[in-house]
Design a protein around this ligand. Structure first.
Ligand SMILES: Cc1cc2nc3c(=O)[nH]c(=O)nc-3n(C[C@H](O)[C@H](O)[C@H](O)COP(=O)(O)O)c2cc1C
Length: 472
């Protein structure tokens, strides 16, 4: 798939903005297999919302680099790497340890990349609080990615209670030791760079002191999320410290990305020019519509219908988990569209493309049929499965599929509610299911894998995850 930016003027503009931001200054050398963050407008790491199809969508519309969702070191350690023979994606999998999960699923995919379409553009983000574990985790993926990033900005208790995420901002010596270990052991062995993503500290002096220490570790890039740890996602990002942070990074030759309320490529370029940062990172706007990476001059924001149609195709191509695809559709389809409600009961990809009005595309219909069969979703939406087997096994399989589907659907819905509550959506408080209807994600099997195995909450351990979700 050709990236839109390859044919457009956007990279030229980005380069010009980066030049204006001080490209003539000192630069740390970028390792041969690594990437320079300068002049780049990138997709942010997003648990749940940054899975492979979302990243492919962002790249399709011109994102220069894509971050994978934060993956906790312990979740990756012990996984097996394999190449999916059907689509050639690289997948890191593990056998579930939980008995309920084992009964329903043979294995779970903890992390997945597309080695062709993401080549040279994928950054793996680790959630960690320990240098040795961070290195062990990074070694598993370093040969397949273009950079390793450390999350030092997640403010959620399930991350901070374990000393990860934003807790690292309060233990800078630990954060420094993690970055130093990665720089010493991963950078030379795999020829890729190490970077870090942080939030603002309360005062300019505190932030400056931290940024100086981090830049001195040998990292090649630093992303600043322009909010402090206690700030909610709805509060506007603050830019008061941004120029100083960019200047300190440049003093060390480290590339600086601005994050927080960046709305799209054109806005990113304006911010880069105004505050002197080398690039910009977009999360929420890209979650809603990946075409925000396309400059206005090149067509600008696509309609949600167009973006959703492309997203569903990518999701099927890479065998994305059905519950994650549904979750993403609830982010991308406007709540006021009648399609939003129609999507809720969908139990298969076939039904989704029917609801989205995409059945005119025969290739897509055939793709949905094959994906549903592979994922055993066909029986769930009333179609007959073409898989062989006697009636009893078919009935049992259908029962298992229904159980799996009910779990995935519940997880998707509860993730959505949880997310809205975390974002301070008061309406969501009223939508809480009664306790009897709430599920325990630790028992929800791999239905919850995206959330359970790769999210900040879920990866750490099943206990806090179950608590977090059950507490909805
Ligand atoms: C759904 C979602 C998941 C996120 N997951 C991560 C993550 O895995 N790692 C991380 O460093 N930040 C994560 N973030 C924070 C974003 O990367 C970003 O810093 C934040 O949303 C601010 O950018 P924005 O204003 O463009 O949304 C997440 C944000 C959202 C909305």
């Amino acid at each position: 798939m050709t990236s839109v930016t390859e044919e457009t003027t956007a990279p030229v503009l980005a380069a010009a903005a980066a030049a204006a931001a001080g490209l003539t200054q000192k630069r740390v050398p970028i390792p041969p297999r690594g990437v320079d963050y300068r002049g780049k407008i990138v997709l942010a790491p997003m648990v749940r919302s940054g899975e492979l199809p979302s990243r492919l969508l962002a790249l399709h519309y011109g994102a220069d680099l894509v971050w994978g969702p934060e993956t906790i070191d312990r979740a990756m350690i012990g996984t097996t790497r394999r190449v999916n023979p059907r689509n050639h994606c690289i997948e890191w999998t593990r056998v579930p340890t939980n008995n309920v999960k084992k009964e329903l699923f043979d294995e779970s995919v903890i992390y997945r990349i597309d080695p062709v379409r993401e080549a040279g553009r994928h950054i793996f983000q680790i959630g960690t609080s320990d240098p040795a574990r961070a290195v062990e985790c990074a070694k598993l993926v370093a040969a397949d990615v273009s950079g390793i990033d450390v999350n030092a900005g997640c403010p959620k208790p399930f991350s901070t209670h374990a000393g990860m995420g934003a807790a690292l901002l309060r233990t800078p010596e630990k954060l420094v030791s993690i970055l130093e270990a990665l720089v010493a052991e991963i950078k030379p062995a795999f020829d890729i760079g190490i970077s870090v993503k942080i939030r603002l500290l309360e005062t300019t002096a505190e932030t400056e002191a931290l940024v100086r220490r981090l830049c001195a570790t040998g990292i090649t890039g630093l992303t600043i999320h322009c909010r402090t740890t206690p700030m909610r996602p709805r509060e506007r990002a603050i830019r008061g410290q941004l120029r100083m942070i960019a200047d300190v990074c440049h003093e060390f030759g480290v590339a600086c990305l601005v994050n927080g309320d960046v709305e799209g490529r054109d806005h990113a370029l304006e911010l880069m020019a105004e505050y002197g940062t080398d690039g910009a990172m977009i999360a929420t706007c890209a979650e809603k519509n990946g075409s925000c990476f396309r400059a206005k001059a090149d067509g600008g924001l696509a309609t949600w219908e167009e973006a959703v149609a492309k997203y569903v195709r990518f999701a099927m191509e890479v065998e994305n988990k059905f519950h994650n695809t549904k979750f993403m559709l609830t982010q991308m389809v406007p709540g006021k569209s009648p399609k939003y409600r129609e999507l809720t009961p969908c139990k298969s990809y076939g039904k989704i493309i029917e609801v989205l009005g995409l059945t005119g595309d025969e290739e897509l219909v055939e793709m949905a049929r094959r994906t549903d069969e592979l994922m055993k979703l066909v029986t769930l939406d009333g179609s007959s499965s073409s898989s062989s087997g006697n009636d009893k096994s078919k009935v049992e399989a259908a029962g298992d599929d229904k159980k799996k589907h009910d779990l995935t659907n519940n997880v998707a819905q509860q993730e959505n509610l949880k997310r809205k509550r975390e974002d301070g959506d008061e309406e969501t408080e009223k939508q809480q299911p009664p306790p009897s209807m709430r599920i325990n994600v630790s028992e929800a099997g791999e239905a919850a894998t995206t959330a359970a195995a790769t999210s900040v909450a879920e990866q750490q351990s099943s206990q806090p995850v179950a608590a977090a979700v059950a507490a909805l």
